[in-house]
Design a protein. Structure first.
Length: 350
């Protein structure tokens, strides 16, 4: 059944419609400790949610684990959930990823609805059917493709976000601009991210979701062109896992922004991506995301983490690169020497 994405101006009405179309005997809402306080309180009085049971899990990516997943399964079971029940995931990407995986596996799969509350979840995690958890120190190592019945996007939730979380989501939007066209890319790098206009940001979110939706519809299980969405992520996931292992975790979007620097460098070297556009994009990233501190001694660990990335085949580290904005080159490879050069560039050229 095809996922329906609703850009909502009336969350109460749109959610009531979505719930009514997911025939259910029991209704559950999954939130983390943060969204339970900041977002659930905004909608708890909706008539369509009067019988909903709230399941609360720990916040942050550290809780995107097998233990948390098990706790959600148990809460569903204890709450009397059957294969005809429905789960609403209210939160950021961690909640929609883990909640989607819990729903897709409980009783061999129950309906679920995503209400993303972070910018990152709106433009990335909640759309496209990727669900899962972190495992064995690796990002999203266990999971499945399973689309929610509905994704309801309401930009009012952006009012609950701090500056780092706005920027984190914006990095994925910047990626969407790079893989789409020059006009969208130009709008994104000229947007005032220091003092974001939330109404204007809402229009950019709609554009961003449209890019992802089109690629997912064309290639639901990432066999071909959907790999365009991996731009910045081979390095980015390695940076994210490495930072987590160092005990100083970074937000996913920041890791993607740092990954974009390295993969635009590889794009310039290997695919002749225009240097002026590379510099403009990197300048925007440097201004808004700072720099991740690592040294030459960390290169081997970062490369090992890249080898574990799900995009790889055998011993080949796979990248999505660009010949130009919107000119996508999937299934590209780079040698360890070229990867080290990109890491050198990140540390010296940023």
């Amino acid at each position: 059944m095809e996922q329906r994405i609703i850009l909502s101006k009336n969350l109460n009405g749109d959610l009531a419609t979505a719930i009514s179309e997911c025939e259910h005997d029991r209704l559950f809402v999954l939130a983390d400790t943060t969204t339970a306080q900041t977002c659930w309180t905004r909608i708890v009085d909706y008539r369509c949610l009067k019988d909903a049971q709230l399941i609360t899990i720990g916040a942050t990516d550290a809780h995107k684990s097998l233990e948390t997943l098990s706790a959600v399964w148990k809460a569903l079971g204890d709450g009397g959930a059957t294969r005809h029940s429905c789960l609403i995931n209210l939160g950021g990407g961690m909640v929609t990823d883990l909640g989607g995986f819990a729903a897709s596996t409980f009783k061999r799969g129950i309906d679920f609805i995503n209400i993303p509350t972070t910018l990152l979840a709106m433009v990335d995690a909640s759309v496209g059917g990727k669900t899962g958890i972190n495992f064995n120190g690796l990002k999203n190592e266990i999971g499945a493709f399973c689309e929610s019945r509905f994704v309801i996007l309401d930009t009012m939730f952006l009012q609950t976000l701090d500056e780092p979380n706005i920027r984190s989501g914006y990095a994925e939007m910047l990626k969407h601009g790079l893989i789409h066209d020059k006009q969208m890319w130009a709008k994104l790098i000229n947007f005032d991210l220091q003092r974001p206009n939330l109404q204007q940001l809402g229009h950019l979110v709609a554009d961003s979701v449209e890019v992802k939706e089109r690629l997912v519809a064309e290639d639901p299980t990432e066999q071909g062109i959907r790999k365009a969405l991996n731009l910045g992520h081979t390095f980015g996931h390695a940076f994210e896992s490495w930072a987590l292992q160092q005990g100083r975790p970074i937000l996913h979007g920041y890791a993607v922004a740092y990954g974009l620097v390295c993969e635009l460098y590889l794009s310039a070297v290997k695919a002749k991506f225009p240097m002026d556009r590379m510099r403009q994009t990197i300048s925007f990233i440097k201004e808004h995301y700072g720099q991740l501190a690592f040294g030459c001694n960390d290169y081997e660990m970062l490369i090992q983490l890249m080898r574990h990335d799900k995009k790889n085949t055998a011993d080949v580290i796979n990248f999505t690169l660009l010949r130009n904005i919107g000119d996508i080159q999937i299934n590209q490879t780079a040698s360890e020497e070229e990867i080290c050069e990109a890491l050198d560039f990140y540390r010296d050229g940023l």
